[in-house]
Design a protein around this ligand. Structure first.
Ligand SMILES: NC(=O)c1ccc[n+]([C@@H]2O[C@H](COP(=O)([O-])OP(=O)(O)OC[C@H]3O[C@@H](n4cnc5c(N)ncnc54)[C@H](O)[C@@H]3O)[C@@H](O)[C@H]2O)c1
Length: 314
């Protein structure tokens, strides 16, 4: 389905900038709303000259609107990396709550479909593996990660209630770790950290014994999943992630090999409440959205490494 005008909150961020690019390529006009609290305007520099692209610097914790009718709202605004949300705990909670309320109000006023980008973090340190959408999670409500996990859980609850009370057309996707060009080297997530360290010839810092697993999805695949959800009438939540797990130690070794780096691995202390396993059950996405990841880890990592060596605007 082609949309006429999409509002993308958090559109100047890593994932948002790729979504803005993909929507414009499909012929959809895009208004990107972002307060740039965790993003670099460089991320959208390549879109600035396009007449169908508008950037508005605004904080979604305050009510906002757009001048032209919108038929899609992709609500991404939220600090997303642990380094960011630990630095911005109240901002993160307020963006998940007030920001989501304001994005839903915008969608309701315009009669637009809203897709909330939730996260696998709603599963916490899961006791069910792999995680399907009907698993309720194992989350510490007062731990250091709670500001993000609970903000997203509240945003899911609010989105669900909005659809029930006002009939607003909403969808929820639970994204698992996504990586690719434009992730910031110091944002604390494993892929950019390992690539930055490998390219600098520094040791790759693997936490704990490195046996904790993650599911890593290349950004183009995640973008395809979010847009498939936007074009559907599903309410979700729907998991979007790669069911192939990789341990942090395997990932570090793969990055060393693909960069040709002489770096070694250094084991460091594991952060509090760091999940041990994380792997989506994507039966729902496969069945209802005909979505599954296509990019093998080696290929996605090679493309990401190439960007870190020579960042290009597009
Ligand atoms: N990248 C992933 O692996 C991943 C995984 C799960 C979920 N998600 C979700 O996807 C979304 C985007 O994540 P990302 O990785 O691109 O992170 P990011 O930090 O690169 O992007 C988030 C964007 O939101 C903006 N923002 C934050 N608070 C705001 C506010 N109050 N008002 C306006 N803008 C605000 C930031 O400036 C930034 O541009 C987030 O909602 C995140 O929770 C991402």
């Amino acid at each position: 389905m082609r949309f006429r005008h999409a509002v993308v909150t958090g559109g100047a961020g890593f994932l948002g900038s790729h979504l803005c690019t993909a929507l414009l390529a499909e012929g959809t006009a895009v208004t990107c709303i972002d307060d740039l609290c965790t993003a670099d305007e460089e991320n959208i520099a390549h879109l600035r000259g396009q007449p169908a692209f508008t950037f508005t610097r605004a904080d979604v914790r305050e009510a906002f609107d757009v001048a032209r009718p919108a038929d899609l709202v992709l609500h991404l605004a939220s600090p997303a990396s642990p380094a960011d949300y630990l630095k911005l705990p109240l901002h993160t909670l307020e963006t998940g709550s007030l920001g989501t309320r304001n994005a839903l109000a915008l969608a309701r006023r315009h009669g637009a479909r809203l897709v909330l980008t939730s996260t696998s973090e709603v599963y916490g340190d899961p006791q069910q593996h792999p995680q399907s959408e009907d698993y309720w999670g194992h989350v510490n409500p007062v731990g250091p990660r709670s500001v993000y996990d609970e903000a997203k859980r509240f945003a899911e609850a609010l989105t669900t209630a909005e659809a029930g009370v006002h009939g607003t057309d909403t969808g929820i996707v639970r994204l698992f770790n996504t990586y690719g060009p434009r992730m910031r080297g110091y944002d604390g997530r494993a892929v950019p950290t390992f690539i930055r360290q490998a390219l600098a010839g520094e040791p790759l810092t693997v936490t704990g014994d490195g046996q904790q697993t993650r599911s890593l999805t290349y950004v183009d695949d995640t973008v395809r999943g979010v847009l498939a959800m936007a074009g559907s009438d599903l309410r979700g939540p729907v998991n979007i992630g790669n069911p192939q797990e990789i341990t942090m130690l395997e990932l570090a070794r793969l990055v060393i090999r693909l960069t040709g780096s002489g770096s070694r691995v250094r084991m460091v202390e594991r952060p509090t409440d760091d999940p041990t396993v994380r792997c989506p059950d994507i039966t729902l996405a496969r069945g209802k959205l005909q979505w599954e990841p296509r990019t093998p880890a080696e290929e996605g990592l090679a493309r990401t490494i190439a960007w870190y060596r020579a960042p290009v605007a597009a």
